[in-house]
Write a protein that binds this ligand. Structure first.
Ligand SMILES: Nc1ncnc2c1ncn2[C@@H]1O[C@H](COP(=O)(O)OP(=O)(O)OP(=O)(O)O)[C@@H](O)[C@H]1O
Length: 342
């Protein structure tokens, strides 16, 4: 809890100016109800969320990808421990992370989040009870727990994407500012999404970029190629997504990667994923997690839910939020979780 408090203060002072409205917001027992337009204050990111500015620079100057936007992100404090610890963690190819474009992640802090959801007549019991935690740039934070423990609800509450029948109490700070994240600054991958089976992976991502992003078509080519590269989809880029009628489709793992790549074309600072390993076998799950780890190493803040994980996959997480029936049993570094007796 002290870590959460200090990180929140740290980012508030470093990312927001002295006159930031965030410093004027009462920090305790503040009723946080999401309303359109309410509490809108600019969130300070280390680089601009306007992706096309960077694309312009790269196209016009032909600069190497890594030299653009070398925003420094705090290294994962627990990664070194994990690698030196007893947990086996699969090797992450150095070349892959070094060739992927850098993204400035954001520090996300949630404090005393409580969620109630309206049933048929009245607001039900609390689905999430006073949960607190944080996710840092360049790290993977996982929300774990048994079925119906409230994982998806907590993820949605942090992202500000709960249904209007839900009431949220508590606070969420992004880089020290209590404000909904602006369009394009974050991505949210649903558990099950629809892909267009008649298109190839590359075509599908182009269409997504065309629909989601402003700017010229040629600028979007770069972000699409970046997303394909980041999700290790190069071998599948020209293959049909398929999967409808009698057409054989991409394997499940690759379909999930396409879902995530679709959000990556926005170059989000924070990426939320509901169950990235949904319906994946153990090998695909491990490969997916290694890809996500590489993505996090580019600077992006990753927050996702998981129902279960193998030991190898578990060793890749930086922080874990353990839920049971809406209660947060544990929040902290993954290694520390193994030493706690619940
Ligand atoms: N829209 C809703 N209306 C009513 N109750 C809901 C709604 N969404 C979630 N709940 C309730 O909140 C609780 C937690 O649901 P949630 O989907 O967040 O859990 P979960 O841990 O993600 O579960 P699973 O992994 O099985 O999807 C459940 O008891 C569920 O019935």
């Amino acid at each position: 809890m002290e870590e959460i408090q200090s990180q929140s203060e740290n980012y508030r002072s470093s990312s927001s100016s002295a006159s930031s409205p965030a410093s004027r917001v009462p920090s305790s027992n503040f009723f946080y109800l999401r309303k359109p337009g309410a509490l809108r204050q600019p969130i300070s990111f280390e680089d601009s969320p306007e992706w096309e500015t960077d694309a312009d620079v790269r196209m016009e100057e032909g600069v190497d990808q890594d030299s653009i936007n070398m925003a420094t992100t705090p290294a994962s404090p627990s990664l070194s421990k994990l690698n030196s610890g007893s947990l086996p963690s699969p090797p992450i190819p150095e070349t892959a992370s070094s060739s992927v474009r850098k993204i400035a992640g954001a520090c996300v802090v949630w404090k005393d989040l409580t969620v109630t959801i309206k049933g048929k007549r009245k607001y039900s019991d609390k689905v999430i009870k006073s949960s607190s935690g944080l996710a840092l740039p360049g790290t993977m934070t996982v929300i774990m727990g048994p079925a119906r423990s409230g994982k998806s609800t907590l993820l949605r509450a942090i992202a500000g994407r709960l249904h209007h029948s839900a009431k949220v109490y508590g606070e969420v700070f992004v880089n020290g500012t209590k404000s909904p994240m602006p369009y394009g600054s974050y991505g949210f991958v649903e558990r099950e999404t629809t892909l267009i089976g008649a298109l190839t992976v590359r075509e599908f991502l182009y269409y997504s970029a065309l629909l989601q992003l402003p700017g010229f078509f040629c600028q979007k080519k770069n972000v699409v190629e970046d997303a394909i590269h980041a999700m290790s989809l190069t071998d599948y880029a020209n293959k049909l997504i398929g999967g409808h009628c009698f057409m054989k489709g991409l394997p499940r793992g690759e379909r999930r990667r396409v879902n995530i790549a679709r959000e990556l074309v926005m170059r989000p600072h924070v990426l939320f994923i509901d169950e990235p390993l949904y319906h994946l076998d153990s090998v695909s799950a491990l490969l997916m997690m290694v890809t996500l780890k590489k993505l996090a190493s580019t600077g992006c803040t990753l927050i996702f839910t998981l129902y279960q994980s193998s030991t190898e996959v578990f060793g890749l997480f930086d922080r874990i939020c353990l839920l049971s029936n809406g209660n947060t049993l544990f929040f902290g570094e993954t290694l520390a979780c193994l030493q706690v007796r619940l």
